[in-house]
Write a protein that binds this ligand. Structure first.
Ligand code: AMP
Length: 551
């Protein structure tokens, strides 16, 4: 950007860098008494305010300086959603260092690979992960010390971890008079590795500028619509794409924050929603399965919950219908990815949709939505030729914008952009109103006789059957058509068992005849990865020799 031409007449506005530290200082000054409530690993509920959070973030930044952490150094976290993790979001990035959030659900070997690749200097962890740290510490060559996110009383008596420090002691000993440094807004602020199913994980390196712009844009009414009226509970973990930016957009909007800690089961979440009067939440479909099961089975109601964002994988229509029709909760279906900070689209309606019937409106809401300002998108064919926005033609989805990666950390994977556009690896249609509909990941597309079948649409139909809890559709070898769809299903317990024939008949009239799966297999559970997504590559491996009925 620095090589762009300058106008002979430049604007006369203050040239203030967009730094992450400005968000928490804004919240502390203008919403100082607003609460952050956290369920801790210790089991209790902790409460304090944005004012307290800003003070402790400054103390943490000062402590990092005492440890010798310099601008650009990487500091890792292995932690649940909680106030101490939030302090790390601000203390680390605000000081000019880079916050590297690690997904604890990854295999310890993969975690060690990531830590070494990132050259992490210090690693902050919740006590839940002590055994994982003990197992991998000797493989993490660059880490100078490990900091347990607890007070002195909870510190492990014995551990084989070199240089184990106590977070509370570190913070309390540091001065709150720390002044946030000012620097170029394009400096790196945070690092998040993709949960790639093939090859080594690759790092998306966010800047202060990209993070602040994403926080602004994602909180707008056409997107997450967060305001000072809200009480927000991010179920999406702070180790998965910065909890979709909520630790930034929530304080920026002055909303109350509620962190669930490690208790993500339906009962614990429901109790926290009710006790803290949560109005807004965000998460992947698998977490809503747990919460909805609990609420439905116990015939409960939500007293304050009004709106939720669902993304990370396609929101099953049946889940959307239950939330809207049974519980009166508005569902905003959203799409994005680690490489996009993550938000690209959100499904909120336009005035013209008022004229549609309720069913037609619901059909729009099922799509992944409209681009938010800052993100541009297009679909192209295999040769890179742009395709029409007609709602039926599908192609490879490409994006660009100020919070989309331009390459991976340490140039892993080489040049990734195609003519300045980032290839998402998703296959989609875009309708004339600009609403995106993701039909598949390109590697999950089923190619039957050279034609594409979108597996997500088939899964959505299957999951609207009352006897189906979860479904995944994969392509398996077929002698005539090369590949045909096989549906893998987990039955819903407590309901009369659905049969293969019944399920296949259920598709008729709902999708083109040649899209209907060739067979159904029932299983007890589907393989789920570190971010709560179904691992179709594992299913493909498991069923690679599956013989479809030929009749
Ligand atoms: P991640 O980087 O782990 O967040 O994964 C990003 C990928 O998740 C995207 O490229 C999509 O394939 C998928 N994804 C995210 N949101 C949705 C959605 N609403 N519907 C379908 N797929 C989604």
């Amino acid at each position: 950007m620095t090589d762009l031409p300058m106008s002979p007449l430049m604007g006369q506005m203050m040239d203030q860098p967009l730094l992450i530290s400005t968000i928490i200082e804004f919240a502390a000054r203008h919403y100082g008494d607003t609460e952050i409530v956290s369920r801790r690993v210790e089991g209790d509920l902790h409460r304090y305010t944005y004012r307290d959070c800003a003070r402790r973030s400054r103390q943490l930044a000062s402590a990092l300086g005492n440890l010798g952490v310099a601008m650009g150094d990487r500091v890792a976290t292995l932690a649940w959603n909680g106030y101490r993790h939030m302090e790390l979001y601000y203390g680390v990035s605000g000081s000019g260092a880079v916050l590297h959030t690690i997904n604890p659900r990854l295999h310890p070997e993969q975690i060690a690979y990531i830590v070494n690749h990132a050259n992490d200097e210090y690693l902050f962890f919740d006590l839940t992960f002590l055994p994982a740290i003990e197992a991998m510490a000797r493989h993490c060559k660059t880490v100078k010390g490990y900091i347990a996110l607890c007070g002195r009383a909870q510190m492990p008596r014995e551990s084989g971890i070199p240089l184990l420090l106590c977070y509370e002691e570190l913070v309390e000993a540091a001065s709150p008079d720390y002044a946030w440094p000012q620097f170029d807004e394009r400096s790196a602020a945070a690092l998040c590795y993709t949960s790639g199913t093939t090859g080594n994980p690759k790092g998306a390196l966010y800047s202060h500028r990209s993070t602040v712009l994403h926080a602004y844009a994602s909180s707008m009414p056409n997107a997450l619509n967060v305001s000072a009226h809200d009480v927000v509970l991010p179920v999406v973990p702070m180790f998965h794409v910065m909890a979709w930016g909520l630790p930034y957009s929530v304080p920026l909007s002055g909303a109350k924050m509620v962190f669930p800690g490690p208790a993500l089961d339906g009962k614990s979440l429901y109790e926290l929603f009710e006790a803290e009067k949560v109005t807004f939440s965000a998460g992947v479909p698998t977490v809503w399965l747990g919460l909805l099961n609990h609420v439905v089975q116990n015939d409960l109601r939500f007293s304050s919950f009004r709106r939720t964002v669902i993304g990370g994988s396609a929101c099953p229509p049946a889940m959307m219908d239950t939330l809207i029709d049974r519980f009166g909760v508005e569902v905003v279906h959203a799409w994005g990815m680690t490489e996009m900070s993550p938000l690209g689209t959100a499904c909120t309606l336009m005035a013209r949709h008022d004229a549609l019937s309720p069913d037609e409106r619901r059909a729009v809401l099922r799509k992944q939505g409209h681009a938010i300002y800052g993100v541009d998108m297009k679909i192209v064919d295999d040769d890179g030729t742009e395709l029409a926005w007609d709602g039926t033609t599908y192609g490879h989805l490409l994006v660009k914008g100020p919070w989309v990666v331009s390459g991976y950390f340490r140039d892993e994977g080489g040049e990734v952009l195609q003519d300045g556009w980032f290839p998402t690896g998703d296959v989609a249609t875009i309708d004339p109103d600009g609403y995106l509909h993701i039909t598949d990941r390109s590697k999950d597309v089923i190619k039957s006789g050279g034609e594409w079948i979108g597996s997500i649409d088939l899964e959505n139909v299957a999951m609207s059957h009352p006897g189906v809890l979860q479904a995944a559709c994969i392509g398996v070898q077929h002698p005539k058509w090369a590949e045909r769809p096989l549906l893998v299903v987990v039955r819903r317990p407590g309901i009369q068992e659905v049969t293969r024939e019944e399920l296949l008949a259920f598709f008729s009239g709902k999708v083109a005849k040649w899209w209907i799966p060739d067979d159904v297999v029932f299983t007890d559970a589907l393989p789920v990865g570190g971010t709560g997504k179904i691992q179709k590559n594992k299913l493909r491996d498991a069923y690679q020799d599956y013989r479809l009925p030929t009749a």
